[in-house]
Design a binder for this molecule. Structure first.
Ligand code: GLN
Length: 254
């Protein structure tokens, strides 16, 4: 009799595990899909592809979830996650102490480098060179990114220049091309894409700073732990690196 109950309980546990899997449903990711190669629109003009999208898809597949991706402004990602409008944000997002107060981050899955884009004929080697020569600098950034934070702290707050904040990195680059900025501070991989796609720009050799990317969840998220465990496994088994290599050819990576 005891054995029968033990088997019954085991059978019920297996059944409920299946039920949980079937009920997992959909996870909603938010991102700003103008950040190649981490997130951008694929050839069909509709599907969001890129390193973040592919890693998120692989995690959801592992956990039995469908993935839905919403393209929103970068600065709306953290508030959107915190109000549970989205389950998580995967947006080439840098881990910072300030953001850690608002959200919890997964393990780090990529390294980001902040770089400076200038006109191709520029002879400056750093933002400080620009300040030394012109007395002040105009920096274009994507609003609420770390490029915005560093430019604000290091130059605007110090009285060394002004920061023009745009909804997307592309808009900041367009303003630089229109001659309205001295430079743009942005993550290196999108920077390479923008410079390749736009005439007359180059990236300064000296990187501004290096940072870690992670995905962000609300602090009370119920899926965070399973999601992060699945990510850790995909990092461990090489899947994440294979996805990154697909978008960033090894010889081009810094
Ligand atoms: N890595 C930068 C940040 O987290 C930029 C991210 C982005 O623009 N998508 O602020």
């Amino acid at each position: 009799m005891k054995k029968f109950f033990a088997m019954l309980i085991a059978a019920m546990m297996i059944l409920s595990a299946f039920a949980a899997l079937a009920e997992n449903g959909t996870l909603t990711m938010c991102t700003n899909a103008q950040f190649p190669p981490y997130e951008f629109y694929g050839d069909d003009g509709e599907t969001i592809v890129g390193i973040d999208a592919d890693i998120a898809r692989a995690i959801c597949e592992k956990l039995g979830y469908e993935l839905e991706i919403k393209d929103i402004d970068f600065d709306a990602c953290i508030p959107g996650v915190n109000t549970h409008k989205y389950d998580f944000a995967a947006a080439g997002m840098t881990v910072t102490d300030e953001r850690k107060e608002q959200v919890q981050f997964t393990d780090t899955y990529a390294t980001g480098i902040q770089v400076i884009i200038v006109p191709e004929d520029s002879e400056y080697e750093s933002i400080d060179d620009i300040v030394a020569d012109k007395g002040s600098v105009k920096i274009g950034v994507q609003q609420a990114t770390t490029g915005d934070l560093y430019s604000t702290w290091d130059y605007e707050d110090e009285g060394l220049g002004t920061v023009d904040r745009f909804k997307s990195g592309g808009a900041a680059v367009a303003s630089l091309q229109a001659g309205k900025e001295d430079c743009v501070m942005i993550d290196s991989e999108p920077a390479k894409n923008f410079v390749a796609q736009n005439e007359g720009l180059k990236i300064l050799e000296a990187p501004y700073t290096t940072e870690d990317y992670a995905m962000a969840f609300a602090k009370d998220s119920e899926v965070y732990e399973a999601f992060n465990a699945a990510l850790a496994e995909l990092i461990e088994d090489g899947t994440v690196q294979a996805i990154i290599d697909q978008y960033i050819p090894a010889e081009a990576a810094e």
